[in-house]
Design a protein around this ligand. Structure first.
Ligand code: ADP
Length: 291
């Protein structure tokens, strides 16, 4: 099957930059996947993501959507941005209108949808992010989490196939981060392809089905989160630490207390595995003593 997005040997240097922000970057993104781009600050994650809907154009290399190389004329970019939505790290960059409703309507209006369709798209998008009743509120008076939801609704209103989130939980408190990640999960479970960048290994480990590790503008590794985050050399190269839950379960597996696979994705799952292992051990011993 053709990957939804293909990136071939892409390089980009910012105007006036001394060194490339990214170079030699190749990867494929499958339709319906949940991909986390993980790496320290300055690794090139945002630069890479900005290539996916044509906000940045590579100096060399090719980005393909559904097998076709991106074109950078204004009509092609408009079409692409309807299909690949980009949610910026800072919602203030994205939110432009004086009310929530006008802001979320901006994309559908620009697409030339008839007024009834615009109203429906705005209502559905606001329902989806849990902001019903916020239509007339001025976005600049909302909390950080609410602004993030407005920005996401603005993208959802265009019904894109791919959603790209640059650092979706940056500067949100833990509860709000959790809510935003639940929303991303919900979007992915409805068949959308979701990519995000983060330096939060705990978040990437729990959420992603595929991790791309970046460092100094290059792809260092790609694979299932438990594979990539179990390699200490890779993590050192990327200036990251392993997710605590994975480090603990790897150590328990190493000591023969639990099986290595499948890696637990939550505390309850890990504790269940330990409990099961203790009770298996006790019944083995019981059987042994009876014999
Ligand atoms: P990350 O998202 O992983 O933190 P970025 O893609 O933002 O990394 O940055 C990669 C490199 O590109 C860094 O060295 C950064 O300083 C540089 N860079 C990012 N944005 C700009 C810009 N607008 N102008 C010049 N250099 C930039």
């Amino acid at each position: 099957m053709t990957p939804l997005l293909t990136i071939e040997n892409v390089a980009y240097t910012y105007p006036g930059g001394q060194t490339p922000a990214i170079s030699g970057v190749s990867m494929e993104i499958a339709a319906g996947s949940k991909t986390a781009l993980v790496g320290p600050n300055g690794a090139g994650k945002s630069t890479f993501l900005l290539m996916l809907n044509g906000i940045l154009r590579p100096d060399s290399g090719v980005v393909r959507f559904s097998g076709r190389p991106l074109a950078y004329d204004s009509k092609s970019l408009r079409d692409l941005r309807r299909r690949v939505g980009f949610v910026f790290q800072n919602p203030d960059v994205q939110i432009i209108a004086p009310t929530v409703e006008a802001d979320v309507a901006f994309g559908p209006v620009n697409l030339g949808l008839p007024p009834d369709d615009v109203r429906r798209a705005v209502r559905d998008a606001l329902d989806h992010v849990g902001l019903q009743g916020y239509e007339d509120r001025p976005p600049h008076l909302l909390s950080g989490g609410e602004k993030k939801r407005v920005a996401i609704a603005g993208i959802l209103a265009m019904d894109p196939e791919v959603l790209v989130f640059d650092e979706p939980t940056a500067s949100l408190d833990p509860a709000t981060s959790g809510e935003v990640m639940d929303l991303l999960d919900d979007l992915a479970s409805r068949g959308r392809t979701v990519l995000l960048s983060t330096h939060d290994v705990e978040l990437a480990y729990r959420w992603a089905d595929s991790v791309i590790l970046m460092g100094r503008g290059r792809v260092l590794a790609r694979g299932a989160p438990e594979e990539v985050f179990s390699d200490p050399d890779l993590l050192t190269a990327a200036r990251l630490r392993p997710p605590a839950l994975l480090a603990l379960s790897n150590e328990l597996a190493h000591r023969g207390i639990i099986d290595r696979c499948p890696p637990p994705k939550g505390i309850a799952e890990l504790v269940d595995r330990i409990e099961r292992s203790i009770s298996d051990h006790a019944s083995d011993r019981g059987g042994h003593e009876r014999r």
